[in-house]
Ligand binder design. Structure first.
Ligand code: AMP
Length: 565
């Protein structure tokens, strides 16, 4: 085993805590690829994935991903080479993920929606060697994008595609579907086992991305010792087993997708029903494939309330709601008090997950996000900006430490100094409080301190967007805030001061961001032109007031809209 700390850019867990987690079983010595193989050996014939493109048993998944891994090594990729992922939810994405993991490569969990601004930064930060893109997307040519991105890139050597590649691209692009078909499964497995032997439990398994609190997104290193176990803890806390069928609608490559969907289902031999964000298509697939579990994110709260989402038609046993406060009516709709149980989840790519315990009383299920999934998790509510712990019932910054919560972002020493307490608790930037209900303690989320917009689960960093908007010559000053949205929870509104008093149309501002290569979901969807910003008494822009102002304006506008519009 040859542990790599990436030239000092990876923050290790303190040895005393690492020992504690190994002793308690929270950490494993088996690398992630081997964990999948162990499950596939136990449940070879059970379905591992059902998606629109088809389905696969555990034995097929294990065999095919061994071949892909062996072919990636044969291509010249080396253990710990980072691979940028820009794929949507489809069967091949699962193959690509495990194929890379088994080859010891490090998937970088970017999104198909990201563009040059995001991909260029992250791929250079981690020294990405391969770019995995989905071909044939109707809205954007990711293969062409990968080619542009690779030009002049210091480390990028391979473009790998999933889906239909145009024939003129075939020389430059390797098709994932073709990888390793000629490699004998035993030979492929031997290559994968060699990689597993070389893997140290503290090696990076995957890089996730953080919405961040300042500037550009931060890179979150998740390691083999904890990553699969994080998912197993989640699956266990919900009582899943090999008969569970776990539907997932939001991006599978996100940490929630991996830890609550892909790895969580597979950690207990359950089947992943890989759906997409279109609620009615997803709902059909859930009915056809007998989903028993589903995670409903903020962006689908409204869809679930519509009559088309006929919950009685699906065999769901448990529905987990996550991402924002759960409205009473939504809870009542999804939890029928008998067959269908509803609970809540709070989680983050940096680590900590809390979930409603199966035996929690109704009040805890409805009003809290439950309790941490590992007995090794430590949670503190601190007075913001200090290390003073608050009492139960008081609202403060949620801080956490534990076996699967990172001890530091990748290559970000300055940021890490502010993001962690002196004794290594991660400052989440979320506001929370602990409530005791019938003798047990539960967490609830009461807002956030970090300056971001949560657009249906996608986080938009206000400072990052403000800096990009300020590059427009017509913009003298800008403050980006969340505005409430019935479907996505929040959307982005930019309060803007014009350079010469001339206001710009929204589409000009969006075009400016497109030119800068900024992902579309980050573009402001409304501009409010002002001559100056309200200030707090310490001289900062009063964003709280701006948020309240835009929220009130939206209410006024909807009240004055003629009926039927
Ligand atoms: P991510 O790392 O993208 O999974 O986002 C994590 C962040 O999403 C958290 O730090 C919270 O700000 C937010 N979040 C996740 N779950 C919830 C929830 N149940 N209620 C409120 N906010 C949540």
């Amino acid at each position: 085993m040859t542990f790599s700390d990436w030239g000092g850019r990876l923050v290790p867990f303190p040895e005393e805590r690492a020992r504690r987690y190994r002793d308690s079983g929270a950490w494993s010595s088996d690398p992630t690829g081997r964990r999948l193989h162990q499950i596939a050996t136990r449940f070879p014939d059970r379905p591992a994935v059902i998606a629109a493109e088809g389905q696969m048993s555990f034995a097929e998944l294990d065999r095919r991903t061994d071949q892909i891994a062996a072919a990636l090594i044969r291509l010249g990729l080396r253990r710990l080479d980072p691979v940028i992922f820009q794929l949507t939810n489809r069967l091949e994405t699962v193959l690509a993920w495990y194929g890379c993991i088994k080859a010891g490569l490090v998937p970088v969990a970017t999104l198909a929606a990201h563009r040059m601004h995001e991909i260029g930064h992250v791929s250079r930060k981690v020294g990405a060697v391969a770019h995995l893109v989905e071909a044939g997307l109707p809205s954007f040519d990711l293969v062409e994008f990968a080619r542009e991105h690779a030009a002049g890139h210091p480390t990028m050597r391979h473009i790998i595609s999933v889906g239909d590649v145009a024939s003129n691209d075939r020389d430059e692009v390797t098709r994932l579907e073709d990888l390793g078909l000629d490699i004998d499964p035993h030979t492929a497995h031997a290559v994968v086992e060699q990689i597993a032997i070389q893997t140290d439990p503290s090696d990076v398994a995957a890089f996730q991305l953080s919405g961040g609190t300042t500037g550009v997104p931060k890179v979150i290193p998740r390691i083999h010792a904890e990553y699969w176990n994080n998912a197993l803890l989640y699956a266990d806390s919900l009582g899943w087993d090999e008969n569970s069928r776990v539907a997932h609608l939001i991006p599978i490559i996100h940490n929630a997708g991996i830890s609550c969907g892909l790895h969580a289902a597979h950690s207990v031999g359950a089947c992943l029903i890989l759906a997409t964000a279109d609620a009615s298509v997803a709902f059909d697939l859930m009915i056809r494939s007998g989903a028993t579990e589903v995670l409903i994110g903020h962006g689908h709260y409204q869809a679930v309330m519509t009559p088309e989402f006929d919950l009685a038609a699906v065999s769901l046993k448990r529905i987990i709601l996550s991402g924002a406060k759960v409205p009473h009516e939504l809870f009542e709709r999804v939890d029928d008090g008998a067959e269908r149980w509803a609970g809540q989840l709070f989680g983050m790519a940096e680590g900590l997950f809390t979930v409603t315990p199966l035996d929690a009383p109704a009040q805890a299920r409805l009003t809290t996000v439950g309790s941490p999934i590992s007995s090794d998790d430590e949670v503190r509510i601190l007075e913001p900006g200090s290390e003073t712990e608050l009492r139960d019932g008081e609202v403060g910054e949620l801080c956490c430490r534990g076996p699967y919560t990172i001890p530091g972002y990748f290559d970000a020493p300055d940021h890490n100094r502010d993001a962690f307490t002196s004794d290594g608790f991660y400052r989440t930037g979320d506001l929370g409080t602990i409530t005791e209900i019938e003798g047990a303690r539960y967490l609830s989320i009461e807002g956030r301190i970090k300056d971001l917009i949560n657009r249906g689960g996608e986080k938009i960093n206000a400072e990052e967007l403000e800096l990009l908007l300020l590059e427009h010559p017509g913009i003298a000053n800008v403050a980006v805030v969340a505005m409430p949205d019935p479907r996505l929870g929040e959307r982005t509104c930019a309060y803007v001061v014009a350079t010469r008093g001339d206001v710009l149309p929204l589409k000009d501002v969006q075009e400016h961001l497109a030119q800068l290569g900024v992902a579309k979901f980050k573009w402001p969807e409304r501009l409010e032109w002002v001559s100056s910003f309200p200030q707090t008494n310490v001289g900062k822009i009063d964003k709280k007031r701006l948020r309240a102002e835009i929220a009130a304006k939206l209410v006024d506008e909807s009240d004055s809209r003629p009926i039927g519009v």
